[in-house]
Design a protein around this ligand. Structure first.
Ligand SMILES: *Cc1c(COP(=O)(O)O)cnc(C)c1O
Length: 422
């Protein structure tokens, strides 16, 4: 019998010592972003709505997003969380409402709902790590004001059954596409399926300005409401920013969630790089998967539409949470970027959510007079999601990887599997 190679974590030689250039849009930042940022700085007009030599980079970014995604309206914001806030505001979600969210997501999805004054209700994900329509159906009540499918790591949720359900019940869908700009489902870009959608431009996302976000919608009224919300209810949007918004006779207070011209200039260049970024990540993912082949004990995450996958990572389910922990640690020791997404836990395991805490703990969505049902969260409430999250290991795929990099990733996965799964 051939003895397995000694793992780096056990004192063996790591597959990789040179760091891998892992990253999405951030890995491609270059001279064009530098020039675009400098141009805005030199214009001395860093605010989107007015300035001495305003270049209107934020307007241009919004237009470019609309063209890229094939959607009518976009509103740039200061972050992805801000985009979710503006989208929920556009939908009129507030006190007494319930919003169905996946039990597996980044905490921002839940925070935005709580900050809107609404109660998050958690639904199961399936083997695609996307929202399971059947469980969503079981979680709907007469208080459900929206459903938020989250497209994790450039992989679409199974949207067809979800949209069939929400349309039949007349419930709005807000897509959290923060991690998935440019990825598609049956040929159509994510973020164009729901009534409204949110993207993030944070450093780890496909298109980045360090921080930033964008709301998109095909609905004129939702657009104007989101645009006004991110601008204190319509401080500048209604006057300087193209004279829009005045036609809505429904005043409401908002926040300042505006994007800066500097961020928009950088994001605009990054958006132009998106097709090449996705092509490179997809090609590298295919190379790695081909080289790894099939391994007993590693089950690939299901892709609802494999052709639409943005390719930013590979997730496998190991036989147990314990094995996942050892697998990820061993792979990291081999010099390969590997994580257990969200620490292998459902989002409601976060203490603030599990204990239903807000800053004041006075009233608020979880103890709202408008919501008599004292909602209770506890571990075990979405058992399938807990099982899947615990068993998942995720390997990053960088756009700049060359053939050797891909070969190293694949070799390290096979090496670790031969010991940890033995
Ligand atoms: C990154 C992210 C957000 C929040 O975006 P920020 O720009 O960091 O505020 C929201 N939802 C998901 C799923 C994300 O990954």
């Amino acid at each position: 019998m051939r003895t397995a190679e000694k793992l780096a974590i056990d004192g063996g030689t790591p597959v990789r010592t040179a760091p891998l250039a892992y990253g999405r849009g951030a890995a491609l930042l270059g001279d064009e972003e530098r020039a675009a940022a400098l141009e805005v700085l030199e214009s001395r007009s860093l605010f989107r709505y007015y300035g001495p030599h305003l270049l209107r980079r934020t307007d241009a970014f919004e237009t470019a997003v609309c063209e890229r995604l094939g959607i009518a309206h976009a509103v740039a914001t200061s972050s992805g969380t801000a985009a979710l806030r503006a989208a929920l505001a556009a939908l009129g979600v507030g006190c007494g409402d319930e919003v169905v969210v996946p039990a597996f997501t980044f905490i921002a999805t839940v925070n935005a709902v709580v900050l809107a004054g609404a109660v998050p209700v958690f639904a199961e994900v399936d083997e695609s790590l996307g929202l399971d329509a059947a469980d969503v159906a079981a979680k709907l009540t007469e208080r459900t004001a929206a459903v938020i499918p989250v497209h994790i790591e450039n992989v679409a949720c199974e949207m067809e059954p979800l949209l069939a359900l929400t349309r039949a019940r007349g419930i709005p869908v807000l897509e959290d596409a923060a991690q998935s700009m440019g990825a598609t489902y049956h040929g159509r870009p994510l973020g164009t399926f729901g009534d409204i959608a949110a993207f993030s431009l944070q450093m780890e996302k496909n298109v980045t300005a360090g921080e930033g976000g964008v709301v998109v919608t095909g609905d004129e009224r939702l657009y104007v409401r989101a645009a006004r919300y991110q601008d204190q209810g319509g401080q500048f949007f209604t006057s300087h920013g193209g004279g829009r918004g005045g036609e809505l006779d429904e005043p409401f207070v908002g926040e300042n969630l505006r994007m800066t011209e500097l961020a928009a200039a950088i994001a605009g260049v990054q958006l132009g790089r998106l097709p090449a970024l996705l092509d490179a990540m997809r090609a590298n993912k295919t190379r790695i998967l081909d080289a790894v082949g099939t391994i007993d004990g590693l089950q690939r995450r299901r892709l609802p539409d494999p052709r639409g996958d943005g390719g930013s990572s590979i997730t496998w389910f190991t036989p147990s949470a314990d094995v996942a922990g050892r697998f990820a640690a061993a792979l990291l020791a081999e010099g390969i970027p590997c994580t257990r997404m969200y620490a292998g836990l459902p989002v409601y395991a976060t203490p603030a959510i599990l204990q239903r805490r807000t800053v004041s703990n006075k009233g608020g969505p979880w103890h709202c007079a408008e919501h008599p049902a004292q909602i209770d969260y506890h571990m075990g409430m979405c058992p399938r999601t807990e099982d899947l999250a615990g068993r998942a290991v995720t390997v990053g795929v960088g756009a700049p990887y060359d053939e050797q990099d891909c070969a190293d990733v694949a070799r390290a996965v096979s090496k670790v599997a031969s010991v940890v799964l033995a």
